[in-house]
Ligand binder design. Structure first.
Ligand code: AVI
Length: 320
């Protein structure tokens, strides 16, 4: 007899990725789905924690070098300041304020996957820096880059927070190559890279005692529960961080504490977990100079200059 059971309608990117990630072996889910209203707030809380040194390092770099950076950016007249993964824009505001005080002619184009983060950013810029011309674009990096491809202005592209680290090396090369292809001779790319350091410092940054990072990691399950009508019991999963000092990859997992079955109604999917089975959820790659040079070479980018933090090995590189 023919099987008349219809295949589940898996239409959005989220649905497709959750379906393939939970039916794959080993299981995986993308960290880009950490970010909804709750996830954005949790990430802001993470950035405010002293153990998450990345934010303080980049803040210090921008604050210390803002005059030199302004000269570098404004050497060729007006520009679009395009920020990929803008989030709450807290660090970028150091530059925005400097540009605004110096009456520099530019348009701020923040790009983020989260509508909620973009709305909050838009409102806060209108309040704190009302003279700034802001044109937010919602979307994933790749989709948003396509949307802005036809803009005629000179581009300065910001990719802060070591966001590049959330991509595997081959994806990072693809990503940087795509950016390079969009760049004209006077355009610049300004990127943050977290560097290899004492492995314990890295583990502490991704495994806080308060459990904020754990809640952030588990937020992908919370989203599947609410958006895809699933019944993950978040307490039955453990947040687990590993760091490999040889490769520089910090990886986050959710580990099933028990043997369990989870139902995702919207996908008509039943997912079985063995006890201690994992879901890989995030990579936060740490770099050294060799890897950064290799990434730039592979992507056809030339390093112009770099700014280093005093403590905790973190750097911002400028490419053209
Ligand atoms: C956004 N991204 C660069 C952060 C990171 O460090 O990988 C996200 C994060 N995950 C856990 N803590 C912070």
């Amino acid at each position: 007899m023919q099987d008349t059971k219809t295949a589940p309608v898996v239409s959005t990117e989220f649905e497709k990725e959750v379906y393939s990630g939970l039916t794959d072996f080993p299981k995986h889910l993308s960290s880009k789905y950490f970010y909804d209203k709750k996830g954005d707030k949790l990430f802001q809380d993470i950035m405010a924690m002293p153990t998450y040194y990345l934010t303080d390092c980049e803040y210090e770099i921008l604050e210390t070098n803002k005059k030199e950076i302004t000269e570098l950016f404004t050497g060729f007249g007006s520009f679009d300041l395009i920020e990929l993964g803008a989030g709450d824009g807290k660090k970028t505001k150091i530059l925005l304020k400097e540009f605004s005080d110096k009456k520099i002619d530019f348009t701020y184009v923040p790009i983020d996957i989260s509508d909620n983060a973009l709305n909050q950013l838009h409102n806060s810029i209108e309040k704190e820096l009302p003279k700034i011309n802001i044109q937010p674009v919602q979307g994933t990096y790749f989709n948003a880059l396509k949307k802005i491809n036809n803009r005629k202005n000179r581009k300065i592209i910001l990719f802060l927070g070591s966001n590049i680290g959330n991509l595997e090396h081959d994806q990072a090369v693809d990503f940087m190559t795509n950016i390079q292809k969009l760049m004209q001779p006077n355009d610049l790319l300004f990127m943050g890279f977290d560097q290899k350091k004492n492995p314990q410092t890295i583990l502490d940054a991704y495994n806080d005692q308060e459990g904020v990072t754990a809640a952030f990691n588990k937020n992908v399950l919370a989203r599947i529960n609410t958006e895809l009508n699933a019944n993950f019991d978040l307490d039955q999963f453990l947040h687990w961080e590993v760091y490999n000092p040889e490769t520089g990859s910090a990886k986050s997992y959710l580990v099933s504490k028990i043997e369990q079955t989870v139902r995702v109604d919207r996908l008509d999917l039943t997912v079985n977990f063995n006890q201690w089975e994992t879901i890989h959820t995030e990579i936060s790659q740490k770099y050294d100079d060799k890897i950064i040079t290799w990434l730039a070479e592979q992507s056809g980018l030339k390093m112009m200059t770099e700014y280093k933090s005093q403590e905790y090995g973190y750097k911002n590189c400028v490419f053209k």
